[in-house]
Design a protein around this ligand. Sequence first.
Ligand SMILES: [Zn+2]
Length: 457
Amino acid sequence: MKKIRFYIALYAAKLSQFLLKILGRNATYFPGKIAIRLCKDFLKHITPPKTVIAVTGTNGKTTVSNLISSILTENGYSITNNSFGSNVQAGIISALIEDTTLCGKPKKDIAILEVDERSSLLIYPQMAPDYLVCNNIMRDSLKRNAHTEFISYIINSALPASTKLILNADDIIAATLGPNNKQKTYFGLDAEKPEANTPQHIRDIVYCPSCGALLESEYVRYNHIGRHYCPNCDFQSPTPDYLITNIDRTNNTFTIRHDSDSETYTLINDNIVNVYNFGAVIALLHEIGLSYEQISKGFSQSKIVKTRFETIQSGNTNITMLMAKGQNPIACARCYDYVARSQVENKGLVIIVDDLDDNINNSESTCWLYDCDYTALKDPSIKQIIFGGPRCKDHVLRAQLAGVDAEKISICENATKAAGMIDLTKCQNVFVLHELYRAADAKAAKEMLISMGRGEL
Ligand SMILES: [Zn+2]
């Protein structure tokens, strides 16, 4: 009976996928929704590809799953993934249905599934992943994700003990996932260690999860990312099996050591959060059996997708488009930090990070601004900051509380026009930080800056 229900759901979902495509509509969520409506445990019955890789965590899921997919594709594997769709249950089911025959057989070798942390309970108990990659667990939207203990609890409650975990050793929350999972591989970053153990006011773990004593740190890169130990028991950051030992920004390479091998790869982006993403990708690909040559070849041909990172030259102006998620304080703070650390002078920033969808569906919260560290914006290389969007005044208040010079801040409530306020005579390097769902504003800012750079505006 269950099997009949599964096939009815599969055919109905496939039909809806077909019709949506004919109509030119997005078919990456609704077909999965139909399948679940007709067969609640659809995921339990569908036969997945031979290897299922889940990618989860707060930040970097999309980048990690896209890189894994592109390197595997480059090496001749056929891939099912949900990179163009939703990362909740219906999105994952839609991706699997797309690559399933009418007999219910998978058409592809490997599934790379980006999984929203909160969807874990709806996915892993029905379809056990062979591998789960988790780069970090950090504070995210308070309304959606509550806090990191809640997210860790959800993942641990859902995770089958048979799944092999690929975890970030430098994120002590992610590193302690899967207490019942025996197979764990860790990656970490040893290069560019901070010299001082700078106290971080915004961090998501303070006390030892084993005994409750105050954790001490060997060093901290940002938030709780770093190396920690408990002075009262043997709890400490795990030793990485894959360790990034060098980042060569001149030659655009980085080196990773595992076992006795030292391997060098193309550094396709120098943001430290992406270096961690690369560690996750390399560890996973080695663990599933790819050779250095296979991974390296794929890496040298990969790029961070343009919607997340893009650089453009227009006249004498260098424009960098950076995706910064609204309501996600750490992701946003890392973008501020990236801009401050960029090795250029005379920087201008256009910041368009208000989450308007949040405003439509719910009561908008601005508390995330106070979880986000704005101090990087004080950097003297940043000459001008424009906050664009309806919450621009809230950003100004937050920035001033962080000590950012009011003289260099301007606001523009109409986000599409914000970039026009940048003074290109002062700022030759313009960074546009835009929210994931503000693509139209980001496009408008990019086009305006390109025209301004050419002297057309
Ligand atoms: Zn302890």
